[in-house]
Design a protein around this ligand. Sequence first.
Ligand SMILES: [Zn+2]
Length: 718
Amino acid sequence: MRAAALVTFFVVVCSACRSGPAPARTYSIPSRHPIVLVTIDTLRADRLGSYGSTRGLTPSLDTFARESTRFTAAVSQVPLTLPSHATILTGLHPSHHGVRTNDGFRLAATVPTLAEQLKAAGYRTGAFVGGYPVRAASGLARGFDRYDDAFLISPDASERSADEVMRSATLWVDADHAQPFFAWIHLFDPHSPYAPPQPYAAAHREAPYDGEVAYTDAAIGRFLDRLRQSDLYASATIIVVADHGESLGEHGERTHGTFLYDATIRVPLLIKLPADRPPPSPADGFGETGKPAPTSSGSADGGRVVDVPVETTDLAPTIAALAAATLTRSDGQSLLPLIAGETGDPDRPAYAESYYQNVLLGWSPLRAVRTRRWKFIDAPRLELYDLERDPNELASRLDERAALVTGLQRALSRLDAADRSPDGARAAPTRDSAERLRSLGYASGFVTATAATRAVDPKDRVAVWAEIEDGIDLMARDPASAEQKFAGALRLQPDNGLAMKYLADLRFRAGQLREAREEYRRAIAAGFRHPDAYVNLASIAEREGHVDEARDALTRAVELASSDADAWNRLGLLEARRGDVDAARRAFTHAIAVAGDRPEPRFNLGLIERRDGNESAAQARLREAVALNPKYAEAHYELGTGYLLARQPERALEAYQAALVVRPDYAEALFGAARAELDLGKKDDARRHYERFVQVAPKGYGRQIAAAREAIRRISKP
Ligand SMILES: [Zn+2]
């Protein structure tokens, strides 16, 4: 039986509410009930039937909406996947959790998370994610007992389907019904590229985005039906929200991330509380009896509707309150009073921001506040929209409403007073993150903004950004067309470092190394920074035999991305090649520090220690390497060589045999094994290994082949 400790909420009408103060009310719900948070990536509110769509894409969510409270003015704080989820899972604005874009940031260890608090409150916590931007390494995993992003082990994977996510979540939910659980389920399908499975692809050939939405809705329907079959559906809090919408060309924006129009920052939000506390209605004594609630009402189809602005920061305090957990700090406020029938504040300024182009190109960031009726966007060219009359935000009314603008400007500066980003929120992009995010349409890298770049309003460069986004989209499948797009961006803006870097990447991939080097250098001269650029410059220099130049480039790469184990390892190899043992040791040690589970830097450090005469340190590192990867044949072989020199033929033979299990024709190990066997008096075994060595040894081994033949001759002598 679920412990039904009752939690009491005090519903206090806020002082700003128009209906005036009302007495505090209380109601109770079971504190240890299951909580399911479903975030649907890139889902526009207007694709849901409950939000007015007539496309018929979301029958499951529409049924769910009838049993839920539906928020018609829910605002995402940032229209990018990772920062938005960081907000949802901490209750903090981006300036407080520090994550501004998808690459180059991670949730710092000092930022408290909702999952940690629920875990502390006795909840089992599980996360099941569908897309690379919210990988565990983003920092979002903290507080989750289980964080399932295992599909990302495959280096080509960037996303998985809603049904796969749901399968994993269902197994976890079913494993234990005794302890209350918090499950975060992240469905990535509506995110670009749009490639719905059949039959949705065929049914939505003209609008594949809609096909993804319809497929996701069906997967959610299957999941909710499973919950309905047990008592879980009735007893659970279930929240469905999007991290942001999708622009689909509105305002010249292809996808999302740049602008703060409603296409991307207004999100669907549905909340169903446990059924043992039915949705309150005036008749239950929760609402204002006798008074029509002006902003919060039951809709014709049964669900409650809240049309005052709310933020996605409100979700963490709401969930914490439902779980009787404490959230140490939050920029949001619990939605329970609104769900209970409180009027709310139609003029609450909900905050939104985008620093995407600011980080990538140094352009002005965009920041906005949205009330129920108005949206004010702070940019080099200010914008004000009357959402009631102009829901598509086509005609700025800035000049007509000076007093309103002043008020909203003030509200904005209160919400985003100072950047109090926590330390540790910066995490330079790596080749892997850049590549996987590119496959999802995202750019990475950064420039240091100058006064001149900050004066650029992203709306005035929408054509430049469109060329870049098209180029990113085409890079893998049509490099020639991608090149034209980046060249097009550079025609419009000749100093665009991001476009230069992509052009360089295309040339590097095509093997045009001299052109690639030229273009990388131009991008760097334009102020653009990406560890990738330096790593690829190093590869080019190394291939041309310029070891010092390669070393300098890799040094810059690890300065930018100190957690890039691969770059550290390559730097170590270069230092070793230059003969600088100490520098090589430092580089390999760094690689080990940032990627403790990688055996290669330990192997390389072992060889450096051996070269430096520290045989016991060498053996220790080599043993660590084989402990991490028991099939590391070269490490076994080097261990064997150490034992042989130390006159421990038995252990040497063991190590060589371990190498030969992995690579039966490993010539050096065959030769070493034969040497050890001779020392041990195992003449027959030694002869067999020498004979095999002679058969497989590469041509350069003439001296050793001769020695092996001589040994065979001596062994065979009667
Ligand atoms: Zn997203």
